[in-house]
Ligand binder design. Structure first.
Ligand code: ATP
Length: 732
C-alpha cells in the first residue's frame, strides 16, 4: 500500500528557543500614576529596580533581545522573527508566541494595530513576498487555520458558529485538531481578511486590568508547501509550518475584579498558562539537569504547542512586560519564566516529502516511542543513583537552614513522585489507545481475509505486530515506573523519620515542628491538586474515546435510536443527545447499572420481572455556584476548580466561606442546592412535579483513575428515573 507522506529526513539540528523581552510604554493614564521600573541595557539586559525605586536590590536578566518601549512591531519582526519565517518557506517549522501578564502587550505584539501591524500580519506579508520571489521556479500552496482555546474548549475562528473541536493524535500528523477548517490562500490580503474576521470572533472582555482583554488563546497556523523538481525529474515537496500564538493574559482575580463566568474564564486561562509554565520549567530543567518529565497533557494549549516547545520547530518567545511599578510582581514572574525558557532546545529538520509506505511511518513512530521509553529508563536509573546518594550526614547541621535543605529534598521527592505517576498514567493511556487499535486491526484483518486482500492483510498484520511490541514496551516501562514509585515512597518515609528524629533532639522543637508541618501541608496540597488533575485528564480522555466511538457508530449507518439503545445497554449516555436514553422498571424502581443492563437486554426487570418500562431523562451538570447573595462565585466544569474553590469535602466557598451552593445544569438551570458536608441531599428542582431525591457526593478518588463510587463532582450526565432517583453519573 504505497502512499504519499511528508517525512523529515534523518539529520536534525539542535537549536535554542529564542527569547525576546519586550517592554511596553506606559499609557498616558499610567504615566501620571506610576513610576517606571525597568531599565534596558545594550539591547540584551533588563534591569528591574525594587518597587521603592532603590537600585540596591535590583534584579538583572539577560535575553537574546531586550526591546524597550520605543521599539515598533516592525522592528521586533525584523530583529527577532524574520529569519525564522524565511525558514518556513524552505520547509522548516516555526512557532512564535507572546507570553506575559494581562495588559502587558501580547495582543499588541501579535495582532498589532493598523498603524503598527503585529507579528502575525508581518509574518504573513513576508511569507507571500518570499513565495513570490520563487514562484517562477517552484509551485507553492499556502493554507491557514485559526483557532482559539477558550475555557479548555477549542473553537474554529474561521467558522461562523464553530462547534467544539477535539484534539487527536496520530502517527503521521502528531497532535492535530480534528475538523479544523484549513483554507487555501493566494495572497497576504486574503489571510489578513480571515485574520480580521477570526479576531472579531475571539472572546474578549473588559476587565479592570485591560479594557479589551483576550479571554482565549489564539493560534494562527500557516502551512507553506513548496513543490520542487529534483535532478531526476521527480517532484519533491518541502512543507514548512508556522504557528503564531497570542496567549490570554495571566491574572489575579483580585486585580481584574472579576466574578461569575469571568472569574471562571480567568481560572481556566490560568490553568492552561500554569500548564505552559510547568512545561517551560520542566524543559528548562531538562536542559540544566538532564532528563525531566514534561507535562504536556495537562492542557489543550500545551498539547497544541508541544512541537513548538520541544519538537521540530524554530521557536521564539516574546515575553511582554509593562514598565509600571504596580506591575512589579507580574514583571518578575514573566522574567523568571522567560529566563527558564532560554534553556529550552528544539530539534529542527526540513520536512521533505517522499514516497513511503504507511508501515514505515508507523515504524518511525514506534522507534520514536522506543527512544522516549529509553530516555525515561535512563532518567529512572539516574534518579536511583541520586536516591542512593542521600546520606543522613546532610541533615546534621542545626537550625532553620537545615530545615530548608530537608524541605527542598522533600519537595523534590514529591515532585518526582508526581512526575512518575504522570508518566505512568500517560503510558497506560497510550496502551489503552493501542488496545483499541488492536481491536480495530483484528476486525479489519478478518474483513480483508474474507475478501482475499493479501497485500492489505500483510500490512495490517505488520502494523499489529508493532502495536503489540509497543504495548509490551509500555507495560515494561510501566512496571519500572511502579517500582520507582515504591522506592520513592520508601525515600519519603526515610525523610519523615529524619524530621521526627531531628525535632526530638532540637531545642527549638516547637517552632521547627510547626514549620515542618506547615511545609508538609503545602506538599499534601500539591499532591491533592495532582490527583484532581489526573481525574480531569481521565474524564477528558474518556469523553474523547466515547466521542470517537459514537462517531464511528453513526458512520456505520446505525440509526440514532439504535445507537442510544446500544449505549444504554453498556450503561453509558451520549453527551448532547438530549433524548430519553434508557428504560427503568416502574414497579420495581431498582437502582444501578446491572439493572439497566439486564432490563434493556430482556425487556423486563430482572428483579421483579415487571414488564412496564419507563424512560430515564439525562441532565447535564455544568457547574457549582455559591448561593450567598453577596458572593455568587461560580466554579465551572471541572472537579479541580470545585475542589480548589469549595475547599476539601466541606465544600465551603473559598471566597466568602458560605457553606451553601447550587449545582447548575447545561441550560443554566439550578439542578439542586445543598450545604457543606461530605454527604448531602438535594431536590431535583426542575423535574416533573413532586420528584425529589438525594445523591452522595463522594470525592474519594484513587490514583490510577477510577472513582470509588458512582458519583463525583465532575461534569457529566445524571440519569434519574421518574421518581427522581439518580441512576448514573457519567464522568466518573
Ligand atoms: N508596544 C506598545 N506600544 C503601544 N501601546 C501598547 C504596546 N503594547 C501594548 N500597548 C497598549 O497596552 C494595552 C494592553 O495591551 P494588550 O491588549 O496587547 O495586552 P495583552 O497582554 O494582550 O492583555 P490581555 O492578556 O488582557 O489580552 C493596549 O491598550 C495596547 O494598545
Amino acid at each position: 500500500m504505497k502512499m504519499r507522506s511528508i517525512r523529515p529526513p534523518e539529520c536534525k539540528q539542535t537549536t535554542t528557543l529564542q527569547v525576546a523581552l519586550r517592554c511596553r510604554p506606559l499609557t498616558p493614564a499610567e504615566k501620571s500614576r506610576y513610576n517606571a521600573l525597568i531599565h534596558i541595557e545594550n539591547e540584551k539586559v533588563v534591569v528591574v529596580s525594587d518597587t521603592d525605586g532603590s537600585r540596591n536590590r535590583e534584579k538583572r536578566f539577560s535575553f537574546d533581545y531586550a526591546l524597550g518601549p520605543e521599539i515598533k512591531n516592525l522592528d521586533v519582526y525584523k530583529r527577532v522573527v524574520s529569519s525564522i519565517i524565511k525558514g518556513v518557506v524552505q520547509g522548516l517549522n516555526a512557532t512564535v508566541f507572546a507570553y506575559g501578564a494581562t495588559g502587558s502587550g501580547k495582543t499588541y505584539t501579535m495582532a498589532g494595530t493598523p498603524e503598527d501591524p503585529g507579528l502575525m500580519v508581518l509574518s504573513l506579508q513576508d511569507i507571500f513576498q518570499l513565495v513570490s520571489k520563487e514562484e517562477k521556479d517552484h509551485k507553492f500552496e499556502v493554507t491557514c487555520s485559526y483557532l482559539e482555546v477558550y475555557n479548555e474548549v477549542i473553537y474554529d475562528l474561521l467558522e461562523k458558529s464553530s462547534r467544539h473541536l477535539e484534539l487527536r493524535e496520530d502517527p503521521e500528523h502528531g497532535v492535530f485538531v480534528a475538523g479544523l477548517k484549513r483554507v487555501q490562500v493566494n495572497s497576504a490580503a486574503k489571510i489578513l481578511e480571515l485574520l480580521h474576521i477570526g479576531n472579531s470572533r475571539r472572546k474578549t472582555e473588559r476587565t479592570d486590568a485591560n479594557a479589551i482583554s483576550s479571554r482565549s488563546h489564539a493560534v494562527l497556523e500557516i502551512i507553506v508547501k513548496k513543490y520542487c523538481r529534483d535532478h531526476g525529474g521527480s517532484t519533491q515537496t518541502l512543507q514548512g509550518k508556522v504557528s503564531l500564538v497570542d496567549l490570554a493574559g495571566s491574572e489575579r482575580a483580585s486585580e481584574t475584579n472579576n466574578a461569575g463566568h469571568k472569574l471562571r474564564d480567568g481560572a481556566n486561562i490560568n490553568k492552561s498558562l500554569l500548564a505552559l509554565a510547568n512545561c517551560i520549567n520542566a524543559l528548562g530543567k531538562r536542559q540544566k539537569k538532564g532528563l525531566a518529565y514534561v507535562p504536556y497533557r495537562n492542557s489543550k494549549l500545551t498539547r497544541i504547542l508541544k512541537d513548538g516547545l520541544s519538537g521540530n520547530s524554530r521557536t521564539c518567545m516574546v515575553a511582554t512586560v509593562s514598565f509600571a511599578d504596580h506591575q512589579y510582581h507580574h514583571t518578575i514572574n514573566t522574567l523568571k519564566y522567560a529566563d527558564r525558557a532560554k534553556e529550552i532546545k528544539t530539534h529542527v529538520q526540513k520536512n521533505i516529502g517522499t514516497i513511503n509506505s504507511h508501515v514505515a511511518d508507523y515504524r518511525r513512530m514506534i522507534n520514536d516511542l522506543q527512544a522516549e521509553v529509553n530516555l525515561l529508563r535512563k532518567e529512572l536509573e539516574e534518579k536511583e543513583v541520586q536516591l542512593n546518594g542521600i546520606s543522613a550526614g546532610r541533615y546534621q547541621e542545626d537550625g532553620v537552614s537545615w530545615l530548608d535543605t530537608l524541605s527542598c529534598d522533600i519537595n523534590e521527592n514529591v515532585e518526582e513522585r508526581i512526575n512518575l505517576q504522570k508518566a505512568l498514567f500517560e503510558l497506560e493511556d497510550k496502551n489503552s489507545h493501542n488496545h483499541y487499535e488492536l481491536q480495530q486491526l483484528d476486525n479489519e484483518i478478518a474483513k480483508h481475509q474474507r475478501d482475499d486482500d493479501t497485500g492489505i492483510v500483510e500490512a495490517l498484520v505488520e502494523r499489529r505486530k508493532l502495536v503489540l511490541d509497543n504495548i509490551r514496551d509500555n507495560d515494561e516501562a510501566g512496571a519500572i515506573y511502579r517500582k520507582e514509585i515504591e522506592q520513592n515512597e520508601a525515600q519519603r518515609k526515610e525523610l519523615q523519620d529524619v524530621i521526627e528524629k531531628a525535632i526530638r533532639c532540637n531545642s527549638n522543637a516547637t517552632f521547627l515542628r510547626i514549620l515542618s508541618q506547615y511545609r508538609l501541608l503545602g506538599i499534601t496540597n500539591t499532591e491533592l491538586q495532582f490527583q484532581i488533575a489526573v481525574r480531569d485528564q481521565i474524564i477528558e480522555n474518556q469523553k474523547e474515546v466515547l466521542g470517537n466511538l459514537w462517531a464511528v457508530l453513526k458512520g456505520s449507518g446505525l440509526q440514532q435510536r439504535q445507537i442510544l439503545e446500544l449505549a444504554s445497554r453498556q450503561g453509558f449516555t451520549i453527551e448532547g443527545w438530549g433524548r430519553p436514553s434508557s428504560t427503568d422498571c416502574k414497579s420495581h424502581r431498582s437502582v444501578g447499572s446491572t439493572f439497566l443492563k439486564d432490563s434493556s437486554k430482556s425487556g423486563s426487570c430482572e428483579n421483579c420481572s415487571g414488564g412496564e418500562l419507563s424512560q430515564l431523562m439525562p441532565i447535564t451538570l455544568r457547574y457549582l455556584e455559591c448561593t450567598s447573595s453577596t458572593c455568587h462565585s461560580s466554579m465551572g466544569n471541572s472537579g479541580m476548580q470545585i475542589a480548589r474553590n469549595f475547599e476539601n469535602l466541606g465544600l465551603n466557598c473559598k471566597d466568602c466561606s458560605n457553606p451553601g451552593y447550587s449545582l447548575i445544569d447545561g441550560s443554566n438551570k439550578v439542578i439542586c442546592q445543598g450545604d457543606s458536608g461530605a454527604s448531602l441531599s438535594c431536590n431535583l428542582l426542575h423535574l416533573p412535579v413532586g420528584v425529589s431525591s438525594s445523591f452522595q457526593i463522594n470525592s474519594k478518588f484513587e490514583y490510577g483513575g477510577s472513582c470509588t463510587a458512582g458519583n463525583n463532582l465532575a461534569p457529566g450526565t445524571l440519569f434519574h428515573s421518574p421518581n427522581g432517583t439518580v441512576k448514573h453519573f457519567l464522568g466518573c
